[in-house]
Design a binder for this molecule. Structure first.
Ligand SMILES: [Zn+2]
Length: 450
């Protein structure tokens, strides 16, 4: 990694490349596409460049597949002297060259791709095909001979290369992470049975929503979760509290999008708050090539981001509660989801996530593991959604029922019975459901490949 290559190494690599090309051309008598990364300076191989190279490989394969051009053989090599891919393709050389030029000119990373089409007679140039030469990476000018006249320093070229790759992958990863938040919400609503909550079997204690209402809302929230990650990435240099402040208008917009998509029904207000903050925290901790952040670091950052703002809010609420949640705080000192976030999501870190992972490792399905995790949450968490419907009495009854279930080996039948009893009492642990969604998200994040 970060190893500068010597001139003999480069010459040797070039020699081997030419030999491989000749072998493939001779063997197949078909054109060969040679794909390398356009990297200035003596360091040719770092993880960031490799990531870009793999995107290029996929783009090239997709372009060839879409044009119905069969790949007869491919040789992929990643060495300290650089990344290279050779593709023997059964196609007309000028058509292949046109596809390659389109990738170079139009793809987001295309400026970093070098795609040559080789025949036994030699290579095809852009100019031969009637295309203009490639613009300079730094100044964008064409035909100024920036490279041959060394008008830009190696540092300048490296800087631009790093910037192109980092911007690309910031957006790419934000999209993937944002989608995981959506996936976590879908896992949560589909997890069945869930006492009192909307699941695949019934609408729990709810009369105005079903699984489809949740799917409507989840689809509407996908852009928000991506924006939250991007906000985290963009504000990573600012104090954590500022990321949280800047997230608020995005959260308000997300609530509006939710209400529009559900016809005015509140499906995910809690999730917008918690998962949105979690996504922003992941964005702050994001690194273009390092590992994705651990659940513990994400939750601990949520605490730093939100603690001060939540304390201020609690002070205001205490004097003039405007919501039911606010009244619970004033009357009983119950802080609900705000308190949970300001404490670094302890119910997720100490209950929901470890139980989920434990049940999975014992061979339960993700769905059953989610159900068990939810029962553990219901046994321990003071859920303001529960209190809202059934008062403190309803909350205590629910927690006791859940604790009793946990004393015996858990079966889905027992939980389905619990579901019926919760419905009969019109109780719904919406707060626990939001925490389960966060646990699902952190679990999915830790197994995300990129
Ligand atoms: Zn230039």
């Amino acid at each position: 990694m970060d190893t500068p290559v010597t001139l003999p190494q480069m010459l040797d690599a070039r020699e081997r490349r030419v030999q491989l090309q000749q072998t493939l051309l001779h063997q197949y008598k078909k054109p060969v596409i040679s794909f390398t990364m356009n990297i200035a300076g003596p360091v040719k191989y770092i993880p960031l460049i490799s990531r870009g190279f793999h995107i290029g490989l996929e783009r090239l394969e997709c372009a060839l597949t879409a044009a119905q051009l069969p790949i007869l053989e491919q040789v992929i090599q990643e060495e300290v002297t650089g990344c290279q891919g050779m593709f023997v393709v059964d196609g007309e050389p000028t058509l292949l060259k046109t596809l390659c030029i389109q990738l170079e000119d139009e793809d987001h990373l295309g400026r970093l791709f070098d795609l040559d089409v080789l025949e036994q007679a030699g290579g095809l140039s852009r100019e031969q095909m009637g295309f203009s030469p490639r613009p300079c990476l730094v100044c964008g000018q064409i035909g100024k001979g920036c490279a041959s006249r060394r008008l830009h320093s190696v540092e300048e070229l490296q800087q631009v290369t790093k910037q192109i790759l980092t911007q690309f992958f910031a957006h790419w990863d934000a999209q993937q992470i944002g989608n995981l938040a959506g996936k976590a919400l879908m896992y949560e609503v589909c997890t069945t049975p869930k006492p009192g909550l909307v699941d695949r079997h019934n609408n729990g204690s709810h009369r105005d929503m079903d699984v489809f209402t949740f799917l409507d809302s989840t689809a509407a929230l996908l852009p928000y979760f991506q924006q939250a990650v991007e906000l985290g990435q963009q504000t990573a240099q600012l104090p954590p509290e500022q990321t949280f402040q800047k997230l608020r208008p995005l959260g308000v917009a997300a609530e509006k999008a939710m209400f529009r998509s559900t016809g005015g029904i509140n499906t995910h207000k809690g999730a917008i708050f918690t998962l949105g903050t979690v996504c922003a925290a992941v964005g702050r901790l994001w690194n273009v090539c390092g590992a994705l952040p651990s659940p513990a670091s994400v939750c601990s950052l949520c605490r730093t981001m939100s603690k001060q703002a939540m304390e201020t809010e609690f002070q205001h609420i205490f004097h003039a509660p405007t919501t039911r949640g606010g009244q619970f705080y004033r009357d009983y000192g119950i802080k609900g989801i705000r308190g949970e976030l300001a404490a670094g999501l302890p119910s997720v870190m100490q209950i929901a996530l470890p139980v989920l992972e434990q049940e999975l490792s014992c061979g339960r399905t993700i769905e059953e593991s989610g159900t068990v995790s939810l029962i553990h949450l219901m046994a321990a968490v003071q859920d303001t959604n529960l209190i809202n419907r059934g008062g403190l009495e309803g909350q205590h009854w629910t927690a006791q029922q859940a604790q009793t279930i946990l004393k015996e080996p858990i079966t889905m039948e027992t939980i389905a019975n619990f579901d019926q009893n919760m419905i009969a009492r019109n109780l719904s642990p919406g707060g626990c459901a939001d925490l389960l969604a966060v646990a699902y998200f952190l679990h999915l994040l830790s197994s995300l490949e990129r």
